[in-house]
Design a protein around this ligand. Structure first.
Ligand code: DSN
Length: 439
């Protein structure tokens, strides 16, 4: 029985979500459109199988074909990134980072990562609310007021705090990393260097961002962002990591299973193998280059029209618009853009005084719209639409008391849906997206 016959409600929700994905401009920089081949692997019979363990060392029978698939995924990952060891089983980025800490640290050891408001990630040592800040001692570096990381300050903090691991990697940082400088800092305090390249893995593979492979000890990436695969993650161990700790690969594998996870999601493993195959094709290099070119044109358009971007622009696939000069919060603009069929996420800006739920910026990126084939010309048009939407809603002023913000935002949502200017942009977006099919 197919899905529509078995469960019409869920079938209908998926169909409407699929229409939404076709009709809007998906500009959340961590999102993308996986190929049909990737989605076919995710939806395959592999979801039926249990495979605790690793190839040729499983705890269950019947894993001959799963072994083949996992070995192919591992070999492709090793070849694509140029590393001696890969683990393709982590369920996603947070469990993968947890596995690194579990493998290489003891509870109470010091983690040093970038603050969330500076563009880091919760699992990079965010205090209080995450395991990485609760079970380890967390010290965090930050960006400067212009949004840029001052590497000298990072070095100074490392010398003072002597972390056991330094995490470099971001979710909202639009600039390139000089990995060698990070390695020098880590080596100077005898720390491991973890590169979390989740956002930029596709750009690295495509040759438009430097690779951390010669410098980091261990690399974590999710597989569904610029890499354009299924939702999952991989851990890559470098020669440098193995030189520091010859048991690192075994420790990482044991931390993933049985340390933190049960059976791998074999359907996702197969889809990772497919996405790595796709990323190894020449066309992927063109894609990655276009993602960055598109982001540059989009950023320039926003800047020309008077918006403020954190760090003053972008070198990669994303940008953070600082809305403090417009005196609106990210929630208002993100809602308005959604009413105009442009989907972004609200985001903290450097040194944001607002809480993460009501931050002062929005984050947007080009990976998904580039997958649809959009180029520089479309970026200029989209940039102009975004600016017009921001102007349309920047008169909204929040109530004095933060307690009333939630109710206020709910109330103005209806205004936005009925706003003729936003409706007109939404219509233009629909006409544009029709010309650029999704995979
Ligand atoms: N949720 C991801 C992002 O949007 O960047 C990070 O995990």
């Amino acid at each position: 029985m197919n899905l529509r016959a078995a469960d019409p409600d869920i079938a209908e929700s998926i169909a409407t979500e699929s229409r939404r994905q076709r009709e809007v401009l998906e500009m959340i920089p961590s999102e993308n459109y996986a190929s049909k081949a990737v989605r076919e692997a995710v939806g395959s019979v592999l979801t039926n199988k249990y495979s605790e363990g690793y190839a040729n060392k499983r705890y269950y029978q019947g894993n001959r074909y799963v072994d083949e698939i996992e070995k192919i995924a591992i070999e492709r990952a090793k070849k694509l990134f140029g590393v001696p060891h890969a683990n393709v089983q982590p369920y996603s980025g947070s469990p993968a980072n947890a596995a690194v800490y579990f493998a290489l640290l003891q509870a109470g050891d010091t983690i040093m990562g970038l603050k969330l408001s500076g563009g880091g990630h919760l699992t990079h040592g965010h205090p209080d609310v995450t395991f990485s800040g609760k079970y380890f001692r967390s010290v965090q570096y930050d960006v400067e007021a212009d949004g840029i990381i001052d590497i000298e300050k990072v070095a100074e903090l490392a010398r003072k705090e002597k972390p056991k691991i330094i995490v470099v990697g971001t979710t909202a940082y639009p600039r390139i990393f000089d990995w060698e400088k990070w390695k020098n800092i880590a080596d100077s305090v005898d720390a491991f260097l973890l590169a979390d390249i989740s956002h930029i893995a596709g750009l690295i593979v495509g040759g438009v961002h430097p690779s951390p492979v010669p410098f980091a000890d261990v690399i974590m990436t999710t597989t569904h962002k610029t890499l354009r695969g299924p939702r999952g993650a991989m851990l890559l161990i470098t020669d440098q990591g193995l030189a520091k700790d010859p048991d690192m690969a075994t420790k990482i594998d044991r931390a993933v299973f049985p340390g933190l996870q049960g059976g791998p999601h074999d359907n996702v493993t197969a889809a990772i193998a497919v996405c790595l195959h796709e990323a190894a094709q020449p066309a992927f290099k063109h894609y990655a280059k276009q993602v960055v070119n598109n982001a540059k044109v989009l950023a320039d358009t926003l800047l020309e029209q008077g918006l403020t971007l954190s760090t003053g622009g972008t070198d990669n696939h994303l940008m953070v618009v600082d809305l403090r000069p417009q005196k609106v919060i990210g929630n208002i603009v993100a809602e308005a853009l959604e009413a105009a069929n442009i989907v972004v996420n609200r985001n903290s800006v450097p040194h944001d005084l607002n809480p993460p739920f009501y931050p002062s910026g929005i984050r947007l990126g080009t990976p998904a719209i580039t997958t649809r084939g959009m180029k520089e010309k479309e970026m200029k048009t989209i940039g102009e639409w975004i600016v017009s939407v921001i102007h349309e809603v920047s008169h909204y002023r929040l109530p004095e008391s933060k307690e009333e913000w939630g109710t206020f935002l709910k109330k103005i949502r209806l205004d936005m849906e009925n706003n003729p200017q936003l409706q007109s942009v939404a219509h233009s977006v629909t006409l544009l997206t029709k010309k650029f099919p999704v995979p």
